[in-house]
Write a protein that binds this ligand. Structure first.
Ligand code: AMP
Ligand code: ZN
Length: 124
């Protein structure tokens, strides 16, 4: 089911760069790196833990297809895959989405730790 006034439920097919029966991918409107993709469920689910197994598989399939497409298009050297669940964890759009973020050599001075560095304690 779609949810009224949810910006991701309002996404149109012509914005999808990849899709299958249960999931779709589109470019993040404010990319943190070149090629930042978001993968969503077509049905409205508030967060990742609400997905059923078929949706998880559909998302996984688009993660793989997205990786392949991004490697061909932009030749990144690595990826971060991230899911924010809940406002406290930083989720701002309450429709399940997975960030697929390509990473490039030298994009930060010291990449060690990746997403582990999101909390200040990791910087000590
Ligand atoms: P999060 O903070 O994990 O909820 O991520 C929400 C993401 O959605 C952010 O990276 C935003 O840049 C992105 N975003 C917000 N609105 C749109 C939109 N209309 N189309 C594409 N991406 C969007
Ligand atoms: Zn929605």
């Amino acid at each position: 089911m779609k949810k009224k006034e949810c910006i991701f439920c309002l996404k149109k097919e012509n914005e999808f760069v990849l899709e299958n029966k249960l999931a779709a991918a589109f470019w993040d409107a404010h990319p943190v790196s070149k090629g930042h993709l978001l993968i969503i469920t077509k049905e409205h689910k508030d967060n990742f833990f609400e997905l059923d197994d078929a949706e998880v598989l559909a998302i996984n399939s688009l993660l793989r297809a997205g990786k392949k497409m991004l490697l061909k298009k932009y030749q990144p050297a690595g990826f971060n895959i991230g899911i924010n669940v809940g406002k406290t964890a930083g989720q701002t759009v309450m429709h399940c989405h997975i960030h697929l973020i390509p990473r490039y050599l030298g994009d930060v001075p010291d990449p060690r730790g990746g997403i582990r560095k999101m909390l200040p304690a990791a910087h000590k």
